[in-house]
Design a binder for this molecule. Structure first.
Ligand SMILES: NC(=O)c1ccc[n+]([C@@H]2O[C@H](COP(=O)([O-])OP(=O)(O)OC[C@H]3O[C@@H](n4cnc5c(N)ncnc54)[C@H](OP(=O)(O)O)[C@@H]3O)[C@@H](O)[C@H]2O)c1
Length: 283
């Protein structure tokens, strides 16, 4: 791929995708709000057809998981219909497309500690998860040449993410309570992006799980952030029930990296390595 149309280029992942693709000498045409609203089919088609891409990276989404519960119409409009519009444009140009999806399409039914494989049945618990699953369905139905990459607990510079939230709270409070019964993997944008680009050039279309290696809980993740930054806040474990949120979240959303590792012959750094690098690069 040499000429990429990137949706959501102003977002946490989109910014790094834009930057790294350009560094690799690719032409990247970024589209985002307000110039191009993917919920508007005409605007989306115009943006895609004008760009004449040979690959589409579709990273735009409505990602505020809790807000999706109260703004379900908007969640489905952006994540399902918006994705349908991007897919229809890709279909007309017959160009391959990569869609970013989420561990929240799973429901924890798989007994912990087994990780989810790509072929396990989806059963999203939240509006966000359902709307992203609807997006996956459009991608499979409309684009023969597609990659669907499920990622989880995304952390990137300049974005709203768990590391920044914990660092902010740890400076304000002596003690933090963090959920210790949701299991998954952080995904650091700087580790993920090169793998997305490698996969997109591989031609092995299909669905993949890519996260940093190893599994943890939000509590263990928070403890590590505080430990590595030398902050003195006490981090205490709590249950999901003790920390109710508008959107239900799976207790086990571990994603197996097997297919990605077999296909690319590569392994992601561990989440601890990803975290250390992220903290070291923080402005
Ligand atoms: N963040 C995570 O933990 C996580 C986990 C799993 C999967 N993912 C997936 O990974 C991808 C990237 O996530 P991210 O965290 O980088 O998201 P993000 O920071 O929220 O970026 C998404 C971008 O899409 C834009 N956008 C929203 N609605 C749009 C519309 N109607 N038309 C055009 N652009 C629109 C947003 O603009 P505004 O900011 O102006 O709304 C934003 O610039 C998404 O597909 C997400 O579902 C994320």
């Amino acid at each position: 791929m040499n000429r990429i149309l990137l949706t959501g280029h102003k977002g946490m992942l989109g910014r790094e995708l834009f930057h790294v693709s350009r560094e690799l000498g690719k032409e990247v045409i970024g589209v985002d709000l307000p110039e191009c609203d993917i919920t508007n089919r005409k605007q989306t088609e115009t943006a895609v057809f004008d760009a004449k891409p040979d690959f589409i990276l579709h990273a735009a989404a409505f990602t505020a998981v809790d807000r999706c519960e109260s703004e379900a119409d908007m969640a489905y409009l952006v994540n399902a219909t918006g994705t349908q519009n991007v897919c229809l444009a890709a279909q007309k140009l017959d160009v391959p497309l990569m869609y970013l999806s989420t561990d929240y399409i799973f429901d924890s039914a798989k007994p912990h500690p087994l990780p989810y494989d790509e072929w396990d049945a989806a059963n999203p618990m939240s509006v966000y998860g359902k709307s992203k699953w609807a997006g996956e369905c459009f991608v499979r139905d409309l684009c023969a040449k597609h990659f669907i990459v499920r990622i989880s607990w995304l952390c990137g510079h300049g974005g709203t993410n768990f590391v920044e939230t914990i660092l902010k709270l740890a400076k304000e409070r002596d003690e933090l309570k963090v959920v210790n019964d949701q299991h998954g993997s952080p995904t650091f944008v700087n580790d993920l992006v090169p793998e997305l680009i490698r996969l997109s050039e591989n031609g092995a279309y299909g669905t993949y799980h890519i996260t940093n290696r190893g599994f943890t809980t939000w509590f263990e993740f928070a403890k590590k952030i505080v430990e590595l930054t030398g902050l003195k806040t006490r981090v205490m474990p709590c249950t999901t029930e003790e920390f109710p949120r508008p959107a239900p979240r799976p207790k086990n959303s571990r994603l197996s990296p097997r297919l990605y590792e077999n296909t690319l012959g590569n392994r992601m750094p561990t989440w601890e390595e990803g975290l250390k690098k992220y903290l070291g690069e923080r402005p």
